[in-house]
Write a protein of this length. Structure first.
Lengths: 289, 492
């Protein structure tokens, strides 16, 4: 029996619901744990990042307008789509050299995390918002709103779980995200994009880029349409991101890449991560005839 | 809706038939000739020995000398705060902390009249505002937060909370004591100690607040007040012990602070500038709207970050609203802030007056039509006539820049979508107003407006229970309510 020539795959980034290669045409070789060539990974540029922000801006109003119930349904559907392809995802994680058990654990935790946030969509408002007993004849209430587009910079390790743990709290409340995947282990983000494309999540809500952090940090920092930055980065990147954030009073929440983060812990998820990416709006109206 | 045809109401014009007798507030504000820094429970002279004068903007006479804190003084204050935090305040049960806050609230009420007069003398706002709004609201903030001190576990379900330690706070000159209360009350309720810098032109009530802390028996070092200019503020914000920084002021300075803290892990809340749209639909109760538009822009001479400085009127009623506004500002009493009948006091400083004058000139130069009250201004002091601009377009500077003065820019719109587009077309997002009789439209507008506070059929209302703060370049974090208090706590 003659050996069939395998079809190799060109990994593509997931932007605006479509699969793109970088406008730069640049790629970097990705090798598996044994050092063998695995695939060419697109090296996204600031132009790609700006295009992704544009895609997110198009998707934003529609996503924010979905009912809380509907967003919950869509997130749960995401979990369903990933569960069905968990073996494939685990193999992608194993490219980084971990054991099969470790990879399977990371996939399982990622799915659990999606389900966790799927349940939050129609509850966080009831806990974070309020009706305020003002001392004048007014009805006064505080509701939450998404901020807009959030930039996400994933750490190298836990390439699926960390990425998804940063994305979920932002999109749960109706934000859109532009995320840069793990620089050293980008392949799980490629598969995640493929799975999101077959979920019910509208295109453009989650945009996933691959490439070098150093190429993109400056644009993440200064792009005025990114209203927040969530990431795990080193001290010099933190400073650069915060300096850029000052120019348009951007919200930042940066975790330190030099410190170990337990992405599996319950503390890596929850209501107060959602709270980072919302605005509070308080409305007053007179009570009277 | 059928267009109502109404005859114009005959105007009652009394001319100079009657003059109001002056009705000056005369109680004693109990001021000192010289104010030292309030550090570690005592008033201490600045190490440099430097003082700067503070003047009454209504007549340019000197009120007192104010100590100028430098980095060394700030260092002493921060260390005192840190010591108070680790040795007393941070360990004290919330129930006890709360009682101190209740005491402070009560003492502010006891001394309300003297604080009101001091505030008006130093800042230029009408006595009726400092007496009826600033001081009672400051006391209310302490009352509200006093009750939180022993209930913090109910604030954020599922989250462990701890105070930050020492909080550095820098406040503006428009509501000196009230901004101090907005900052200090939640910080203390949460278990933090504070180093606060009041604005250079309005330090007196902050330093008088030091006397209240003494009278309340507040442990030494829990509250420290360091007066001075921008450099003093920078020293507070950049001090390594202030792990949390809260700032209220201009967007420009807010950005400078964000840049200066970029290399640190400090937590921040920023309450910055605004350029609020006050939107009037044709079905609005116009007389009520006009009253609130006037209050929205001329309250505190327009020195309000959430001032309704852009009036968006639906085209069909624009002429009518402008006529009513012109009539209304003609009877605003502008003058001596200490007079109980004064509606509109003095501009806070010569610099601010120059800034307002410059922007108003740009409005005229860019082609908007100016309408000013014909009132007579006092010959001394910093005053500016209540000013309206009609025919303003979105590209005019007076429609884009924060004037922070008694200047209203009037624009028109035809559809709801156009109103929203114009209202949101700004880098700011602090507040907005909506006037309409239709409930569903109010809720739609409230949803579409990108602003942290939306006043519907009302304007410029504040309450300790109601979170305040902006979207976009108007800042982040909230002040007031449970949302504001949580910003003064961290996960342990």
């Amino acid at each position: 029996m003659s050996q069939r020539l395998l079809i190799t795959k060109t990994p593509k980034c997931y932007v605006g619901g479509a699969f793109i290669r970088s406008e730069s045409g640049r790629v970097a070789e990705l090798h598996d744990a044994s050092g063998a060539f695995f695939a060419n990974i697109a090296q996204c540029t600031r132009k790609d990042l700006r295009n992704a922000v544009e895609a997110a801006a198009k998707a934003g109003p529609g996503w924010a307008k979905r009912t809380a119930f509907n967003r919950g349904q869509i997130l749960y559907r995401m979990a369903e789509m990933i569960e069905a392809r968990s073996l494939e995802l685990a193999e992608a994680i194993m490219l980084g050299g971990g054991s099969k058990a470790e990879a399977a654990r990371e996939v399982a935790a990622s799915i659990e995390r999606i389900v966790h946030y799927a349940g939050w969509t129609d509850k966080y408002e009831q806990i974070l918002g309020s009706v305020n007993p003002v001392a004048s004849p007014h009805f006064n209430f505080t509701v939450t709103e998404p901020m807009g587009i959030i930039g996400i910079i994933a750490p190298d390790d836990s390439p699926l779980l960390a990425l998804i743990s940063l994305i979920l709290p932002a999109i749960t409340s109706g934000n859109c995200v532009v995320a840069l995947a793990s620089q050293t282990q980008p392949y799980p983000s490629i598969l995640l994009g493929e799975m999101l494309a077959t979920s019910d999540l509208p295109g453009g809500v989650v945009n996933l880029l691959t490439g070098q952090r150093s190429d993109l940090i400056h644009t993440f920092a200064t792009h005025e349409h990114l209203r927040g930055i969530s990431g795990v980065v080193n001290a010099s990147d933190r400073k650069q991101l915060k300096l850029g954030a000052a120019e348009s009073v951007k919200r930042v929440r940066l975790q330190k890449s030099e410190e170990a983060i337990d992405w599996f812990a319950d503390s890596a998820q929850g209501l107060y991560d959602i709270r980072e990416w919302i605005e509070f709006k308080t409305t007053w109206h007179p009570i009277g005839a | 809706m059928a267009k109502k045809i109404t005859k114009p109401t005959p105007e009652l014009v009394f001319g100079d038939l009657w003059e109001f007798d002056p009705a000056p507030e005369t109680a004693d504000p109990k001021l000192k000739k010289r104010y030292d820094l309030f550090i570690n429970g005592s008033f201490v002279p600045p190490r440099s020995g430097k003082y700067f004068p503070t003047i009454n903007p209504a007549n340019e006479t000197m009120i007192a000398d104010i100590a100028q804190a430098d980095a060394a003084d700030v260092d002493v204050a921060c260390k005192a705060a840190q010591k108070a935090f680790t040795s007393v305040w941070g360990k004290m049960p919330g129930k006890e902390r709360g009682k101190y806050l209740y005491r402070i609230a009560r003492l502010l009420q006891d001394h309300a009249r003297e604080f009101a007069i001091a505030e008006t003398l130093d800042g230029g706002k009408p006595i009726k505002e400092s007496r009826d709004f600033d001081i009672p609201m400051a006391a209310a903030h302490f009352f509200y937060h006093a009750g939180w001190a022993d209930k913090l576990e109910y604030l954020a379900p599922g989250r462990q909370l701890a105070p930050h330690g020492v909080v550095g706070q820098v406040i503006p000159w428009n509501f000196p004591l009230l901004m101090l209360a907005w900052k200090i009350a939640p910080a203390l309720a949460a278990g933090n100690c504070v180093v606060l810098k009041p604005a250079e032109t309005t330090s007196i009530t902050a330093l008088k607040f030091g006397e209240i802390c003494q009278e309340a028996g507040l442990p030494n070092g829990v509250v420290n007040i360091v007066s001075g200019a921008g450099e003093t503020g920078a020293a507070v914000i950049n001090h390594p012990l202030t792990t949390k920084v809260a700032f209220t002021g201009s967007t420009e300075v807010g950005k400078i602070i964000m840049r200066s803290l970029a290399g640190t892990e400090k937590k921040m809340t920023m309450e910055l500038g605004g350029k609020a749209a006050n939107i009037v639909f044709d079905d609005a109760p116009l007389d009520q709207a006009v009253e609130a538009i006037v209050n929205g822009i001329f309250f505190n001479q327009g020195h309000v970050c959430c001032a309704g400085s852009r009036l968006l009127v639906q085209e069909s009623v624009a002429e009518q609203v402008l006529a009513k506004l012109k009539r209304r500002i003609a009877v605003l009493r502008v003058g001596d802030p200490m007079d109980k009948n004064t509606d509109h006091g003095a501009i806070n400083s010569r610099e601010q007056l120059a800034k307002i004058t410059e922007l108003v000139k740009s409005g005229v130069a860019e082609g908007a039509e100016m309408h000013q009250s014909a009132c007579r201004l006092p010959t001394k002091g910093f005053f500016f006539k209540p000013t309206l601009f009609s025919g303003v377009s979105m590209s005019h500077r007076i429609a884009r820049e924060e004037i922070f003065g008694p200047v209203l820019s009037i624009l028109t719109f035809r559809t709801l979508e156009e109103a929203v587009e114009k209202a949101n077309n700004t880098a700011f997002g602090l507040s907005a107003g909506v006037w309409t009789d239709k409930g569903s439209r109010i809720l739609k507008m409230s949803t579409l407006l990108k602003a942290g506070v939306v006043w519907a059929n009302t304007y410029n209302k504040f309450d300790p229970t109601s979170p305040f703060g902006g979207y976009k370049e108007s800042g982040f974090g909230r002040e007031g309510g449970k949302q504001g208090l949580l910003d003064y706590l961290k996960q342990p």
